[in-house]
Design a protein around this ligand. Structure first.
Ligand SMILES: C[S@@+](CC[C@H](N)C(=O)[O-])C[C@H]1O[C@@H](n2cnc3c(N)ncnc32)[C@H](O)[C@@H]1O
Length: 350
């Protein structure tokens, strides 16, 4: 089915909202950091489509160009060059995209390619990470981001990736795909995309962070986005993006509501958040998590937003008199922790 034959549905709009919000945050980071001075910022959109849907709603290329137009002043002040690469195998779509790009009349002229993904990826791979890079892989199904490709991208310096994955298809036709994933057919449908993310997480190199967002479509199928970054700040920004008021969590449906209420059906299992909270508490008490940076890093590596996972635990431990919590030395959960970590002091001096 042609993704651009009909207006984007709600799930697609949410996916694009996340892409746009993350893109905005990513650009702000790189127009305000002294790091990688003089290096161009690179955007790769390998499944770009024509730029918009039949109703004129903006697709990923227009979302990028909009954001560049909005942050044009900051990009110039930071003396950043911008490189943009779009690809779609349908020439009909890239022709329309070329017109859309022209309308923006930006100082940075995108490269527009029309190749099979494998060929365009082979052409671009050496350019990815050559300067801070954001790679968007809005594939239609499950095929293109296999283990080898994921690991190749995850090892790229200064590179964040965001890709779509049709997780229900993977579960349903698991044996038919040779993309290295294995999602058993008894995986609960509401957790299927998280199971996919867990597999990518298990393939990630050390100190690499993987986030996920699940999208239930009108037909009940669950798909989603997977995010990957070698930088804690990148992961924190992704988690903040999906938990902000516009998106509102790690799924567009109540993924674990029944578990939190301990329904008999779900067997009183703990939620993902509760499991991370147990780890935080045990780590602080056991002395393996000594600073708020250790705790933040644990949250990020489990794909949990620190303000959801760590903040309530700090509060609980402070109220129970377990951790010292004086103004000016209390453990924190925001990005300041990356620059100025604080020790977590146990009251018994441990
Ligand atoms: C889900 S759509 C992408 C939508 C786009 N991000 C947007 O916001 O409009 C996937 C696109 O990838 C293209 N496509 C599908 N398979 C491809 C392949 N193997 N290589 C290159 N492009 C492909 C399709 O023509 C389609 O436009």
């Amino acid at each position: 089915m042609d993704h651009h034959a009909k207006a984007f549905d709600d799930g697609t709009q949410t996916k694009l909202l996340i892409y746009g919000s993350y893109l905005r945050a990513w650009l702000k980071v790189f127009t305000h950091t002294p790091h990688y001075k003089g290096e161009a910022l690179n955007f790769f959109d390998f499944f770009s489509g024509p730029g918009k849907d039949p109703d004129g709603s903006k697709g990923s290329p227009a979302i990028l160009l909009d954001e560049l137009a909005k942050q044009r002043g900051e990009i110039f002040s930071a003396k950043r060059d911008i490189r943009i690469y779009f690809n779609d195998r349908r020439k009909r779509k890239t022709k329309i995209l070329a017109e859309v790009c022209q309308e923006y009349n930006l100082p940075w002229v995108p490269t527009i390619d029309s190749q099979e993904f494998e060929d365009s990826y082979a052409d671009q791979i050496n350019l990815i990470g050559n300067g801070p890079s954001l790679v968007f892989l809005d594939q239609c199904g499950v095929k293109h981001v296999n283990k080898a490709r994921f690991q190749e991208l995850a090892r790229k310096d200064k590179t964040d990736i965001l890709f779509f994955f049709a997780s229900t298809h993977q579960k349903r036709f698991n044996e038919q795909f040779d993309n290295d994933l294995d999602i058993p057919s008894d995986t609960p449908i509401q957790l299927v995309h998280r199971a996919v993310a867990d597999q990518y997480r298990s393939w990630a190199p050390d100190n690499y962070y993987v986030g996920d967002y699940s999208i239930r479509k009108g037909n009940g199928n669950v798909y989603g986005l997977i995010f990957g970054s070698g930088h804690r700040l990148g992961m924190l920004k992704f988690l903040q993006t999906i938990w902000d008021e516009k998106v509102g969590g790690d799924a567009n449906f109540p993924m674990e509501a029944s578990k939190m209420q301990g329904s008999l059906f779900d067997g009183f299992e703990k939620t993902k958040l509760e499991l991370v909270q147990d780890e935080i508490q045990e780590g602080i008490l056991g002395g393996t998590l000594r600073t708020d940076l250790d705790v933040l890093t644990l949250c990020l590596s489990r794909g949990a937003l620190p303000s959801k996972a760590a903040k309530p635990i700090y509060k609980e431990m402070r109220e129970a008199g377990i951790i010292a919590y004086e103004r000016g030395s209390a453990p924190r959960i925001s990005e300041i922790v990356l620059k100025e970590p604080r020790n977590i002091n146990l009251r018994n001096g441990g």
